[in-house]
Write a protein that binds this ligand. Structure first.
Ligand code: PHE
Length: 363
């Protein structure tokens, strides 16, 4: 049975408004039924776990500078999804073959970049947007018409060392209190091409380097060591553009697109001359690598042995202030039933890792 209505990000959505027998509509019930699932908001689900790990990286390395949006409605206008991010009128991604249209002016977002322009207009300069995205595609082990994407954008990049230069130049003439205020404001101002030049770099090459550094750091945070490579790419909204690929199951797999944000987008949305980068990362494919999940369809499983494999079942602190946790882990293979010996071996490895990595005492 398909729900007749749901509420998303404060927007009420009726099934009959999204699934209609009408030539401007190509949304089937099977897709409508995915709209309210929000796997990225389930902390026990692999998609939620990965999203939280990405947020952790940004909070830790950028001292909570990034605003987070998890609940933006996936029904967006054609303008938001395409025009605002400069997708050309004849671009193939606009076709009814590739995108789900609710009517001629409304689509199910095909990327979380659809929210970039409105967030800029609302004055956000550093943000993470996570959500379900929709693309008409045939289904196989690494493709599914619904998946989850984290979009990240960082604006107002500053020339490296500018801070210290500015500090010393002004040191003699300005009272230290004013100086402090000024230092805080540096993060939110635009640097002129001359200032960039004085730093020995142009804004675009600096942004490309800063972006790659950020993403390589993220990959290390998530994977430790992993084989990865950068590929030159094309996106209408960034220039230059790149894709990051990760080696998985004996092939290179694309996991994200990124680049230096086109000035036209910044200009159109009130951020004249800001230097910015952005990326869009597909959560399913990364989670497949990270958790060794062999098939993308498994993310939609309702089987609790998949959706919550580890559960904290007891949490106790004794008089000395030592806390003990008891976890239940469901071991399960997609290929065969596991034997006791196989599970014991897995359990032994988990205990060993927990002991060394988390520095805890095992019981
Ligand atoms: N929107 C692109 C996609 O879905 C990813 C991307 C985001 C690329 C931001 C560049 C900058 O494939």
């Amino acid at each position: 049975p398909v729900l007749s209505a749901l509420e998303l990000g404060g927007v009420k959505i009726a099934r009959d408004d999204v699934v209609r027998d009408d030539p401007t509509n190509n949304v089937p019930d099977s897709i409508f039924s995915k709209l309210g699932m929000q796997l990225h908001k389930r902390n026990q689900h692999p998609i939620g776990i990965l999203k939280n790990a990405i947020y952790e990286y940004f909070d830790a390395n950028y001292s909570n500078k990034f605003d987070k949006f998890d609940d933006l409605c996936p029904l967006v206008s054609v303008k938001q999804n395409f025009d605002d991010v400069l997708v050309p009128a004849d671009h193939i991604s606009r076709s009814y073959n590739d995108t789900y249209y609710v009517d001629s002016q409304t689509v199910l977002r095909c990327h979380t970049s659809a929210h970039q322009a409105e967030l800029l207009r609302d004055g956000h300069t550093h943000f993470l947007v996570t959500g379900d995205v929709y693309r008409r595609d045939s289904i196989d082990s690494t493709h599914y018409p619904v998946f989850h994407q984290v979009f990240v954008a960082s604006h107002y990049l500053q020339p490296p060392n500018f801070f210290f230069l500015g500090f010393f130049l002004r040191f003699w003439s300005i009272h230290s209190y004013t100086l402090l205020l000024e230092m805080q404001m540096e993060g939110f101002r635009v640097f002129s091409p001359e200032e960039w030049e004085a730093s020995g770099l142009d804004g675009t090459s600096y942004a490309a380097g800063d972006l790659k550094k950020c993403l390589e750091g993220l990959a290390r945070h998530l994977f430790g060591a992993v084989e990865m490579r950068w590929i030159d790419a094309y996106f209408p909204f960034t220039n230059p553009s790149f894709e990051l690929e990760i080696y998985f199951q004996e092939k290179w797999m694309e996991v994200l697109g990124c680049g230096v944000t086109e000035q036209e987008i910044l200009r159109n949305n009130g951020q004249l001359d800001s230097v910015a980068w952005a990326f869009g990362l597909g959560l399913e494919r990364l989670a497949m690598v990270l958790f060794d999940i062999p098939d993308i369809r498994l993310f939609w499983s309702n089987d609790e042995r998949f959706t919550s494999q580890v559960q904290l079942i007891d949490n106790f602190t004794n008089k000395k202030g030592m806390t003990s946790h008891c976890y239940r882990i469901a071991y399960r293979s997609m290929e065969c039933s596991l034997t006791d010996e196989e599970i014991n071996e897995l359990q032994r490895k988990v205990r060993e890792q927990v002991e060394t990595k988390l520095n805890v005492e095992l019981r």
